[in-house]
Design a protein around this ligand. Structure first.
Ligand code: PAF
Length: 282
């Protein structure tokens, strides 16, 4: 399977497709594809005539050079995984120079405060990097639909806001989190975990599920204290944050209100590897 490497070549390809009124889906990824990505590709295939899977490790969304340097990359393996989806899927695998022509820098965005909490608070500049590359990908491909996973739920809300603010004509579609047998949310970073930690990392989802059970009867503060206690007793894992937040504004909640949707969010270090997850509470 081959890929398209330049924006010019991609535009030519898409022009010909659109001339035949073909519906285009975009699945943006950073490669190291897993079943979570494939669930997005499968949904995109059902809903479009052609699906562009972009594979690009975007440097401006990494706030930590080590994380960028060790981010798993294997284009050949990714192309092999996508082979069964030929000819509907076309891979776009540009270089850094291709995506950032002048300077490798994120643009400034007003993300309405959605970027001030959780991932945004702990990874400075991360969402401006994400918004920059997603906007570039959307403008390059002008898809009818673009697909994102709910594991990056905060990213999903930020991208929806970006689309509204920029008046981009694309439907944002999302797919549920795909999990390993022990409940660990699938992530490209899981491949960096030693086997023992990967097996034990099911504790993250188990904790979210217990938090959900407690949500009906206990206060948010009690649940937060309980989660902190769980991880204090787990030398293999370090809790970075746990937050129960409004599912639409991401504002952390102290008092529950009926008719509002809430979600629990968590970030945990397993050794050097940072893992995130989230779960709807009601
Ligand atoms: O979710 C990701 O993999 C990345 O943040 C994205 C959306 C591909 C942008 O680089």
């Amino acid at each position: 399977m081959t890929a398209i490497y330049t924006r010019a070549e991609l535009r030519n390809f898409l022009e010909a497709e659109k001339a035949q009124s073909r519906q285009i889906g975009l699945v943006p990824t950073m490669g190291a594809l897993h079943q979570g990505h494939l669930s997005l590709v499968e949904k995109a295939i059902q809903e479009n005539d052609r699906v562009i899977v972009s594979i690009f490790v975007n440097p401006t969304q990494f706030n930590n050079q080590d994380d960028l340097d060790t981010y798993p990359q294997n284009l050949e393996a990714d192309l092999d995984l996508l082979k069964p989806f030929l000819p509907k899927v076309v891979v776009f695998a540009p270089s850094i120079e291709e995506m950032y022509t002048d300077r490798v820098k994120a643009e400034n965005y007003d993300l309405g405060g959605l970027d001030h909490v959780m991932e945004g608070a702990h990874r400075k500049g991360h969402f401006e990097g994400v918004a920059t590359i997603v906007e570039t990908l959307l403008r390059t491909t002008s898809p009818d639909r673009a697909y994102f996973g709910e594991k990056d739920y905060q990213q999903l809300l930020i991208i929806k806001k970006l689309i509204r603010d920029k008046g981009l004509d694309v439907t944002i579609c999302h797919c549920p989190i795909v999990r390993e047998p022990n409940g660990l949310a699938m992530s490209s970073r899981n491949s960096r975990l030693p086997k023992r930690l990967r097996e034990r990392a099911g504790i993250i989802f188990n904790t979210l599920q217990s938090a959900k059970k407690q949500f009906g009867t206990k206060s948010v503060t009690n649940i937060e204290e309980w989660v902190e206690e769980v991880f204090r007793n787990e030398p293999d894992f370090e809790l970075e944050y746990f937050s129960i937040s409004d599912a639409n504004t991401l504002i952390p909640v102290d008092q529950k209100h009926i008719n509002k949707e809430y979600r629990a969010f968590i970030a945990v270090y397993a050794g050097d590897t940072r893992l995130i997850d989230n779960l709807a509470l009601n």
